[in-house]
Design a protein around this ligand. Structure first.
Ligand code: ADP
Length: 451
């Protein structure tokens, strides 16, 4: 087992499929889908880079040997958020609220903590992580499984639609979405009192509103009061709060809503908004007269630019369906993710995209968060993200999450915003100003030269 550690960023298209887990090729991609070399070690050693940390190896943390082994066969140097949180996670019982940019390695932080928290000898569920979508639950379960492969720890995914009894649940670590997990706790299939560690990934969305928030809070109520709680996200801010500038005000607001689930003592790591976009990400806006021009432009982008895989975001499920059909007619391989598809169909679409069998994914916000696919080079906003359609309320957090499907862990990426209406143009400018970033306007006929 003395092969040198490899990082995902080290793989290029001529590297054999890394599949860290023989029967679960989580990040497999077709050889014709290019993954751009990220110059990762240079970036991770540059003090000005978001991935920089002064820690050289995961061996420097207090991690049990079997878990460490699972880390070192995949990763070498910890990223900044990992170096910041792992000492707290591994050497104390402090609760944590942690924010870090998209694609900077948050999953590993809580995954390692979950593995460290459970007793391998006890087969009962002891740690629970909740995510806002089925696709993310599948992805995170596979990340934890890959890390756990030299241990006896089992990971159990609670997927929608399955009928489960207590005996079916085999694993110290549970991964699921709130609705289904709540149901299993209420039916006493899962004993909430055995859970020592409770993690919310994409925590701001989990606590934001609606059914997802209600279920998350209902689950939290059933756990022991002193269960350790960790909240992770790239965004923690409610943009509606206009008083919320930065510093103290911001902390206060975040802690207010998080305090419902996280008891003291809690350590909070937050970022200012102007630190949230990544240097490797280039953002553009392009005016298109109407939707059909948007579609034509997308095809031109695929024909002229060097696109690995791409994700196109729309606001409505009908638009997703129609756009996918048009692209398929032109022989593009397209996967579609919409909230109204059956779980099996969504799972299959995501697998096809992950394997590289589909070059394009057309999605509603269902896939806006968390999805980690190395070969996604372009994110296209066919519709700009709105929180409330009627009032055209801007969705600042979703903008950041959507574009964060590319430029992951030091890789370059492109986000292209298409707009037809002055209102959408104003929204793009609002996102630019809010995150203090640059979104370059290019004209549709200059796209090849400009991007
Ligand atoms: P986030 O949750 O912050 O959006 P992820 O946890 O999905 O980011 O990580 C992004 C990518 O970076 C994943 O493919 C992951 O395997 C990779 N990664 C995480 N930590 C490291 C590391 N220390 N070295 C190299 N690659 C890493």
């Amino acid at each position: 087992e003395n092969t040198p550690a490899k990082r995902w960023g080290d793989y290029t298209d001529d590297t054999p499929d890394p599949s860290p887990h023989p029967d679960k090729p989580t990040h497999a991609f077709k050889s014709d889908v290019k993954v751009v070399e990220a110059n990762l070690s240079e970036k991770m050693n540059d003090p000005n880079h978001v991935l920089y940390s002064a820690v050289d190896s995961f061996e420097d943390f207090n991690i049990k040997p079997d878990i460490l082994k699972g880390i070192l066969v995949q990763f070498k140097k910890p990223s900044r958020i990992q170096a910041l949180t792992l000492p707290i996670l591994l050497n104390s019982d402090t609760n944590l609220i942690a924010q870090s940019q998209s694609g900077t390695g948050k999953t590993l932080c809580f995954a390692i903590c979950m593995l460290a928290a459970v007793n391998e000898e006890d087969p009962n569920p002891q740690a629970l992580v909740l995510l806002p979508s089925l696709e993310l639950a599948v992805q995170v379960a596979s990340v934890i499984e890959n890390l756990a492969r030299f241990t006896q720890i089992k990971v159990f995914s609670i997927l929608a639609g399955e009928r489960l009894s207590r005996n079916d649940i085999k694993g110290q670590i549970l991964v699921g979405t709130p609705g289904k997990v709540k149901e299993l706790i209420l039916r006493r299939t899962i004993d909430p009192k055995l859970i020592k560690l409770f993690v919310l990934d994409e925590a701001d969305q989990m606590l934001d509103e609606g059914g997802i928030r209600d279920s998350t809070l209902a689950i939290r109520e059933k756990l022991n009061e002193d269960t350790r709680v960790l909240l992770f996200s790239a965004t923690f801010k409610d943009p509606d709060d206009s008083n919320d500038t930065e510093g103290e005000e911001k902390d206060k607001h975040v802690l207010e809503f998080a305090s419902q689930v996280v008891p003291p003592p809690v350590k909070t790591i937050l970022l200012k908004r102007d630190k949230l976009t990544l240097d490797e990400m280039k953002q553009f806006s392009v005016y298109c007269q109407d939707d059909s021009m948007k579609t034509r432009l997308i095809m031109e982008i695929f024909d002229t630019l060097e696109v690995g895989q791409s994700m196109i975001f729309v606001n409505k499920k009908d638009t997703a369906k129609e756009l996918a059909e048009v692209l398929m007619e032109q022989n593009f391989t397209v996967a579609v993710i919409r909230g109204d598809l059956a779980p099996g169909e969504r799972k299959q679409a995501m697998e096809e995209f992950r394997k590289g069998n589909s070059r394009v994914m057309v999605s509603t916000n269902a896939a806006a968060r968390g999805i980690d696919i190395a070969s996604v080079t372009h994110v296209i906003n066919y519709d700009m993200p709105m929180r409330v359609f009627e009032t055209k309320e801007y969705d600042y957090a979703t903008y950041l999450h959507r574009i964060g499907r590319t430029a992951r862990f030091g890789k370059p990426g492109y986000a292209i915003n298409l707009y037809s209406h002055p209102g959408d143009k104003r929204m793009i400018e609002a996102f630019r100003d809010f995150y203090k970033t640059t979104i370059t306007e290019v004209s549709a006929d200059q796209i090849e030269q400009s991007i």
